[in-house]
Structures are given as structure tokens and as C-alpha cells.
Design a binder for this molecule. Sequence first.
Ligand SMILES: C[S@@+](CC[C@H](N)C(=O)[O-])C[C@H]1O[C@@H](n2cnc3c(N)ncnc32)[C@H](O)[C@@H]1O
Length: 252
Amino acid sequence: MEKITNSDKVLLLGKSDFLVDVSKGLFHTNHGTINLSKLVGKKFGVKIKSSKGELFYVLRPNINDFLDKRLARLPQIISLKDCSLIAGYTGLSSGYRVVEAGTGSAFLTTFMANLVKPDGKIFTYELRTDFFKSAKKNIDDSSLSAFIDAKNKDVSKGFREKDVDLVVLDMIGAEKIVSKARKALKSGGFLVVYSPYIEQVKVVCAAIEMESFVDVRTIECLVRDYKITRDFSRPNTTMLAHTGYITFARKV
Ligand SMILES: C[S@@+](CC[C@H](N)C(=O)[O-])C[C@H]1O[C@@H](n2cnc3c(N)ncnc32)[C@H](O)[C@@H]1O
């Protein structure tokens, strides 16, 4: 089992969960102060007590812990369930070269970078400088920046990348980028458009129809959690009902 160093990030699982840098030293929470320096040299999986006697499990964080607990959110992100479908339906994996717009909070960017490493790359475009700066901080914090080329540019002015495996668009006016996406894609590559509104899906699908794409489909994903007890079990009463529609198309 690997030992914790001062340059690690750790996931603390307790009454509340946190993802923190060990180098922070003292970490103050509502459940007491945690002395992180005591963790150096210990194995991931150990337990640590706060000054109030609360117990925390210390784990090595994965990408989902980073996305959930650490990534700062400015524009609306693509939720993990939808990111997962984008990866699953396009076969996103090591070596893929991807063009993305807009970067937004870099949630999807870092999710994809974790899958395309070590040989692939995400080329991501963000129009707004304030969002770009915040996204760049998230990217640097993710330890995945070597696999991400982030640009503070308007994607509608075009992009230089060619023979890419995937173009993902999550931005207003995505329909205007469809023909540029087709030119950048390799044969067999995927276009994915994420649209919060069904009216956007209709204009995007009309633009896709004008180009050489096949296997066009639009889906949405509803995830329902269950409350399981020894007596009666049922779906939770509340759920995230709508996030967005995902349209897939393949270049031929
Ligand atoms: C909903 S956010 C993207 C969120 C991102 N998918 C995530 O998971 O964090 C949409 C972003 O597209 C950007 N955008 C809009 N038009 C653009 C353009 N022409 N070029 C580049 N970015 C653009 C917006 O500024 C905004 O940050």
C-alpha cells in the first residue's frame, strides 16, 4: 500500500467529506481541526481523528472525488451521468484526440482528460476570459494539465485541429459549429452536442442533416436512486429530473 506524502491530496470521509492537500497542515472543519501533517508516511486507508474526536477515513482521491469535491463551478457543468454516457457511447479512451467547446468549468474537460491519458489530448475552447481563468485553475489543480490544451478563444472563428476522434459542443449556437466539426473529424469520428433545451436539439439535428453524418441519435439519462431498508424499499422521492439532451452523430 502506498504511503502518503506531503505533496499528496487526500480524501477525508467522515460526517462530512473533504478533498484536501496534505501540505495544508491544519485543516479546520465544523467537526474539528484535522492535523494533516500527521498523515505523512502513513498508508492510504488509515483513520484520523479531528480535535473534536470525529473519525475520518483517509483515502486516495480519484477523478470523481476531484470533480465532486474540489472543482470550482462557474458555468453549469455536464453532470457525471451525462459525461459517462458521452464516454460510453463514443468509446472515449486512451489516445483519443478531442476538440471541446466551451470549456465552462472544465468538468467535462478533466473527466475526458483522465480517460484519454497518457497518449491523447483534449483541445478545449472558452470564449469568456473570466470562465477561462477559473477553468484553467481547475485544470491545473486536477494534475491532468499535460493532457489538456486550453485556449481562451471563440470556437466559431474555427480551430486548427484535424483528424480528431471526437468533437463535443456544450454551448449556445452549437449548430453553427457542426460543419467545422465535420471538417476536423476523422472518418468514423463522433460529434456530440449537449443541449439543455429540446428546441436546441431540433436546430442541431437540422444542421447535422446537412452534413455527412450517420448514426444520429438523441438521448437523455434519468438516474433514480433507491431507498433500501429491511422492511419496505422504494425509489427516492426526489431526483434530478432534467439536465440536458445528448445528440450523437458519426462522420462518414
Ligand atoms: C455550459 S458551459 C460548458 C460547461 C462544461 N461543459 C463543463 O462541464 O464544465 C458553456 C460554455 O461555452 C462557452 N461558449 C459559448 N460560446 C462559445 C464560443 N463561441 N467559443 C468558445 N466558448 C463558448 C460559454 O462561455 C460557457 O462557458
